[in-house]
Design a protein around this ligand. Structure first.
Ligand SMILES: Nc1ncnc2c1ncn2[C@@H]1O[C@H](COP(=O)(O)OP(=O)(O)OP(=O)(O)O)[C@@H](O)[C@H]1O
Ligand SMILES: [Mg+2]
Length: 383
């Protein structure tokens, strides 16, 4: 009987036929007014595909739309007048309460798991607004609750795709490295051998021709070395062979020799070998960071720091170049610009890490990657 009455009242509130509601509580009866002008907004909010709520300062739900009731699988009349707390876990409740204590003027957002009445959970984003004080109106917070199931599924799909891109890139690099080594380097070595025979066949009378042949021999030797260097850099196998510290040292020395930029290196004393995926990610990120320094930074000094802590490993690459605005080169805003920064982020996220870029124009750029190490993960990914 009481349920039928409550439903009748709610229908009346939603259709705008009621201007005020009296709710009996522990501190006596309270009057909530619903001015006629709000009717249009109420109809709009009822037709929304997102949950909408207003709460008192004690977090009691004064108003909720049907969509929110559907999200928590609870009849609307049982949602109204109850605490918002019962739809959250205790951790989510603590997090939300601290946000409600100081709701940002422009609105705060948080992601939580909404607990439905049947025990199921729904990932949602809650946007909070402090409501202006309005006479006897006791709602102090307004909330919009957005179902994030689809967004999470899309995020997972994208993460899976970008993981596959990283794997495909690695496989392709391995294939190119092998082709270079098996075909080009082998051919160059054969040509070098024949050239050596030719040089040896020249007599002292053939001075200028012999000189040219020797020059050719030297140039070809340098080309073979360069091809071998490119092939080596493409292959992650060198990590297994030499270890991360040795490979980073070699990469940095080659970079300094090639570009004339001075590089300071610190913290290469690793406590233990890292998981193979983590070593590969750090190596690839350093390669791309140095390529960017070479192509864009106009730097004179670079500092590379590697630090292994108990729970994470951190690599920082610092340059004193011209700097840039990282916000214009983040994922999704790449436009015609390159894929290097995006690739670095993917590499970091592939192993559960994060990449931070700080850059100041005319001062320099800092790339920091931090990768978590799970307990006992050393050797975990090694075959
Ligand atoms: N260390 C740096 N110093 C100054 N500018 C940088 C630095 N690193 C990146 N940039 C700027 O950020 C842009 C994006 O870098 P990103 O590596 O994503 O692409 P790219 O180097 O232009 O192309 P790609 O890496 O695909 O060959 C660069 O074009 C450059 O303007
Ligand atoms: Mg680049």
């Amino acid at each position: 009987m009481r349920l039928a009455e409550a439903e009748k009242v709610l229908r009346a509130i939603r259709s705008g036929d009621v201007d005020a509601v009296v709710v009996a509580g522990q501190q006596g009866s309270q009057v909530f007014t619903l001015q006629g002008a709000e009717h249009a907004y109420r109809v709009l909010i009822e037709s929304m595909n997102e949950g909408a709520l207003t709460l008192t300062h004690r977090k009691t739900i004064i108003y909720a739309n049907q969509c929110f009731a559907r999200m928590v699988k609870c009849p609307l009349e049982q949602v109204l007048g109850g605490s918002f707390r019962r739809f959250l876990s205790s951790e989510d409740w603590i997090a939300l309460r601290s946000l409600l204590k100081q709701p940002d003027k422009s609105g705060s957002k948080t992601q939580v798991l909404l607990k439905a009445r049947d025990g199921s959970q729904l990932p949602v984003q809650i946007s909070i607004r402090a409501l202006p004080k309005n006479g006897s109106h006791s709602a102090v917070f307004g909330m919009v609750v957005t179902d994030m199931t689809e967004a999470q599924r899309t995020g997972e799909l994208l993460r899976g795709l970008s993981h596959r891109v990283v794997e495909a890139q690695e496989a392709e690099r391995g294939r190119v490295a092998l082709e270079l080594h098996d075909n080009i380097t082998q051919h160059l070595c054969a040509i070098l051998f024949r050239l050596q025979v030719l040089v040896n066949g020249f007599s002292t009378r053939d001075g200028p021709a012999k000189g040219e042949a020797i020059k050719l021999y030297e140039m070809l030797g340098q080309t073979a070395e360069e091809v071998e260097r490119i092939s080596r850099n493409l292959r992650p196998g060198v990590l297994d062979l030499l270890g991360l510290a040795a490979v980073l040292r070699k990469t940095i020395t080659e970079f300094a020799d090639l570009t004339g930029v001075s590089v300071k290196l610190s913290g290469l004393r690793l406590v233990a070998r890292l998981p193979a995926d983590t070593e590969l990610a750090l190596y690839r990120i350093l390669q791309e960071a140095l390529r960017n320094v070479e192509q864009h930074a106009r730097a004179r000094h670079v500092a590379v720091r590697l630090r292994q802590q108990s729970v994470s490993v951190q690599l920082v690459v610092n340059d004193d170049g011209i700097g840039f605005d990282p916000d214009h080169h983040t994922a999704g805003r790449q436009g015609k610009s390159g894929l290097g920064l995006l690739g670095m982020r993917e590499r970091a996220s592939y192993v559960g890490g994060t990449l931070t870029i700080k850059s100041v124009r005319h001062v320099g750029t800092e790339i920091e990657v931090r990768i978590p190490l799970s307990a006992g993960s050393e050797w975990a990914n090694r075959g």
